[in-house]
Design a protein around this ligand. Structure first.
Ligand SMILES: *Cc1c(COP(=O)(O)O)cnc(C)c1O
Length: 472
């Protein structure tokens, strides 16, 4: 493709993207295709000869779009959001065009230094302690793995990194019953073993019970285990429960345990001073993550990972073969030593673009609105006698179910599952579910970039009407 052709197709595609933003509500939110349908429409063999780019744009509309679930639709209320926004998309175009490999400071000083500055901005915007340093990871899952590996090396004095597990005491990791599956994955692949992940029971509001944590830790110590890391969650994936950092942190401090905090979605709420109660006890935190790629309008991938003692992270990950030696080593941040992959994309650019385009107040306004939508939705649901709220509404997630009179728990579970599928198959909205205290629970998240109260009201109308016309 020549530069002139590129210019033409790029303009065409920008039109396509802007049109998509304008029309995203007209697609079925959840893709309605069957397994294999898209696969079968793509040729089995790669083309031998060059094809005009028009063909690709045509196939984008005809083959690909039917198989897309529209996370950027304001009628998307499932999972947690994976928000994009125009300033984020524009910055990603630049990142792709520069194609810089940002493994070391030298391989693009601007990328390293902008990343360092963006992490300072985010640290201060979320009110994290000033001695924290930050790095962008690709996902919360990778950041939690990095935290558990760093904790593992700290508690064994770098024994596992050097000689493996042979002479190591058995390490233990703790999280609540409601913690994200990425914790189990990290414990499993870090060599600690999933049977050494201790799941602490939760209180009525689905947050970790610190008394139960204390008991579990003491019992483990008595039995010869070495407690290594506690993963506390701020905003659990099921119901956005907030584990109490202060008592959990005190237990960690007393027993020399690493405290890692997973605030993947809810961390964005820390941009609001009125939500800083969630990090009361922050002085105990060793590492902390949140995902601007969830609720902060910065498209995937972008996890902000903060650490109190960055030297420990670097000591766990660094490796210095001859071909990576540079003259600036030691006086700059070589972010390849701050995580698992060597190669890194220039991701700080989209954060810079998003924060500058919205401004801090613009971000705060939007987040506050989303939180208000959730509490308005909660009120609408509470007004109906045949619906029930199933968990405290803390931030932007409302957990509820349809509960007509005279049905047993088993039938209610079946009914609500059927309701969820009927709503999603309608293509009009997309919800996902969780299970709370054995109950099939619908979850509605009001955090999509462009969601308005009108979208929430319309969705609630649809849910109410669909529910009342459904039978098991
Ligand atoms: C979404 C989520 C994760 C996983 O995030 P990725 O960035 O996709 O790895 C981890 N923890 C919590 C609490 C989450 O909600």
């Amino acid at each position: 493709m020549t530069t002139d052709e590129f210019r033409k197709y790029a303009h065409d595609l920008v039109e396509w993207i802007a049109g998509y933003f304008e029309n995203v509500e007209n697609y079925p939110v959840k893709s309605q295709v069957k397994p294999g349908e898209i696969f079968d429409r793509i040729p089995g063999k790669a083309p031998l000869l060059p094809e005009p780019f028009e063909n690709l744009i045509r196939d984008l509309d005809e083959i690909i779009m039917p198989g897309i679930t529209h996370w950027q639709s304001p009628d998307f209320f499932a999972y947690f959001p994976s928000n994009s926004s125009p300033p984020s998309v524009l910055a990603e175009m630049i990142t792709a065009a520069l194609g810089a490999q940002c493994m070391n400071w030298e391989t693009s000083p601007a990328a390293a230094e902008l990343e360092e500055k963006m992490m300072i901005w985010l640290r201060d915007l979320t009110g994290l302690p000033e001695n924290f340093e930050g790095v962008i990871q690709d996902s919360a899952s990778s950041a939690t793995l990095a935290a558990i590996l760093t904790a593992r090396e700290k508690s064994t004095d770098y024994l596992i990194n050097n000689t493996g597990f042979k002479n190591s005491p058995q390490l233990r990791v703790y999280c609540s019953e409601q913690a994200h599956s990425s914790v189990e994955k990290a414990v499993k692949i870090s060599g600690i073993g999933r049977s050494n992940l201790v799941r602490i029971p939760v209180r009525n509001d689905f947050s970790m019970d610190p008394a139960k944590l204390e008991t579990a830790v003491s019992e483990d110590i008595r039995n010869g285990y070495l407690p290594c890391c506690v993963v506390a969650t701020i905003g659990t994936t099921g119901t956005t429960a907030v584990d109490p950092l202060r008592p959990v942190g005190e237990i960690c401090r007393k027993n020399n345990i690493w405290l890692h905090v997973d605030a993947a979605m809810a961390g964005t709420a820390l941009l609001l001073p009125e939500f800083r109660w969630m990090t009361d006890g922050k002085e105990y935190i060793d590492s902390f993550l949140f995902n601007p790629h969830k609720w902060m309008f910065t498209n995937f991938d972008c996890t902000a990972y903060f650490i109190k003692d960055a030297a420990r992270l670097i000591k766990t990950f660094e490796i210095l073969p001859e071909y990576l030696k540079t003259r600036t080593r030691g006086c700059v941040n070589d972010y390849r030593d701050w995580g698992i992959p060597l190669g890194r994309r220039f991701r700080a650019l989209k954060l810079w673009s998003v924060i500058r385009s919205y401004g801090v107040e613009g971000l705060q306004d939007k987040i506050r609105q989303h939180i208000r939508f959730a509490s308005e939705l909660e009120e609408m649901i509470r007004e109906e006698k045949d619906f029930e709220i199933l968990a405290p509404v803390v931030i932007n997630v409302v957990c509820f179910r349809y509960k007509p009179e005279g049905m047993d728990e088993d039938s209610l579970n079946k009914l609500n599952e059927k309701l969820n599928h009927a709503l999603n198959d309608s293509g009009k909205i997309y919800l996902s579910h969780t299970v709370t205290a054995g109950k099939y629970t619908l979850r509605m998240v009001t955090g999509q970039t462009n969601v308005t109260l009108a979208h929430v009201r319309k969705a609630w109308e649809l849910i109410r009407n669909t529910a009342r016309n459904i039978t098991v």
